[in-house]
Ligand binder design. Structure first.
Ligand SMILES: [Zn+2]
Ligand SMILES: [Zn+2]
Length: 179
């Protein structure tokens, strides 16, 4: 795996999109940068993340950067504890949101059963170090979260990466998480 050199620095412009959630990072906002050799050519490239997205999806680089920075991090303790949960539960950083299955074709990565059409599913990604990108990596049932992630305490993370969910949706998913 290509070595990542993490940094924390305020965004110099508002042009970069977060690799964790896809949204823009506001100018001046403290952000996580993961510098790595450019897989497409010479030199280096930097992946940028909102701090919360970095703590969720890139826990090791986040913690390394947070430990060595001189910048003041808002909610530093909470971010650190979330990043540490991602190290404790190695699959947790794969969580990428939730939606309703548009068809009944996909199988749950945990129990291998089909995820029924219109049923809630949790979407997964994995970080592909070869190309410096997160790639889609299938789905699991909410009820399988405990088995798959080793924890079902995932609703805040899930809401963060699925901001279009309404309160009723979140309640339904929470019920399925609780089994
Ligand atoms: Zn983000
Ligand atoms: Zn399942």
């Amino acid at each position: 795996m290509a070595e990542i050199i993490p940094t924390l620095e305020p965004a110099a412009s508002s042009r970069a999109s977060c690799r964790g959630c896809g949204e823009k990072i506001a100018k001046g906002e403290l952000r996580l940068g993961a510098r790595l050799p450019n897989p497409y050519g010479d030199g280096e490239m930097t992946l940028w993340f909102h701090l919360v997205c970095g703590a969720y999806k890139m826990p090791e680089p986040y913690l390394e950067a947070a430990r060595s920075t001189t910048q003041t991090i808002d909610n530093a303790q909470w971010l650190e504890s979330e990043a540490n949960r991602g190290l404790e539960h190695r699959r947790l950083p794969r969580l990428n949101g939730a939606d309703r299955a548009p068809s009944g074709r996909a199988r749950c990565r945990s129990c291998k059963e089909t995820i029924e059409k219109n049923a809630w599913r949790i979407s997964l990604v994995y970080y592909d170090a070869e190309v410096g990108r997160f790639e889609p990596s299938g789905f699991i049932h909410p009820k399988c979260a405990q088995d798959y992630f080793g924890t079902k305490g995932i609703i805040d993370r899930l809401k963060h990466f699925a901001p279009s969910l309404i309160a009723e949706d979140v309640d339904e998913i929470q019920k399925e998480l609780d089994g």
